[in-house]
Design a binder for this molecule. Structure first.
Ligand SMILES: CC(C)(COP(=O)(O)OP(=O)(O)OC[C@H]1O[C@@H](n2cnc3c(N)ncnc32)[C@H](O)[C@@H]1OP(=O)(O)O)[C@@H](O)C(=O)NCCC(=O)NCCS
Length: 167
């Protein structure tokens, strides 16, 4: 499994992977398949080219089978922190440490950039994802009730933080 940064040249593969994740796990993500499938390829290209975001992909041969992103904020008071977004590993590749390797690549870059704090949200009940984040040092600091609504069902979101100054 090769882990590397994604570039705009990966946009087609990244868009397909993302849409599969959104379609198969609607409760795991705040974005929805129905909205994202309407967006042209250019949106994925711009996302992968943006200075605000960085993405890593896990490749088995030429096939993209997992990805994760880091989203920075532009305002001065929050330059020290960033958000982990879009963690997804296809079911054929789960349980082999791919998610952990993607996070390690993201953490290495975050430390190299001097980021001090990473945040993320994980839907309550998504134990595989929560355990993965906890293994990497993330800790829960609050639960937001009714954070997302998928059809008639509301889901709470667990807000997690990793303090990079003490780990
Ligand atoms: C959550 C998700 C990213 C985990 O990805 P993954 O690649 O399976 O993660 P890992 O392989 O690093 O860890 C998963 C499990 O495999 C185990 N594992 C890791 N390497 C292993 C190995 N070499 N041999 C056996 N087991 C291994 C881990 O210990 C972990 O076990 P646990 O869940 O019982 O604690 C993936 O299941 C997924 O994409 N789910 C759907 C979308 C989603 O929920 N995204 C998160 C949004 S917040």
């Amino acid at each position: 499994m090769e882990i590397r940064s994604l570039t705009p040249a990966d946009a087609t593969a990244y868009r397909s992977l993302r849409l599969r994740g959104l379609r198969e796990h609607p409760e795991a993500f705040t974005s929805s398949y129905e909205e994202d499938v309407q967006q042209p390829l250019q949106v994925a290209e711009l996302r992968l080219a943006s200075q605000r975001t960085s993405f890593w992909g896990a490749f088995q041969g030429r096939e993209l089978c997992g990805a994760v992103g880091l989203e920075r904020e532009g305002r001065a008071k929050v330059l020290h922190r960033a958000k982990v977004i879009g963690m997804y590993v296809v079911p054929e590749a789960t349980g082999q440490g791919v998610g952990a390797q993607l996070l390690q690549a993201l953490l290495a870059r975050s430390r190299a950039e001097g980021l001090e704090s990473l945040v993320l949200t994980v839907t309550e009940g998504n134990e595989a994802a929560r355990r993965l984040y906890e293994r990497c040092g993330f800790r829960s600091f609050g639960i937001e009730p009714r954070a997302i609504k998928v059809g008639p069902a509301c889901y709470a979101k667990n807000h997690m933080v990793l303090d990079l100054t003490s780990s």
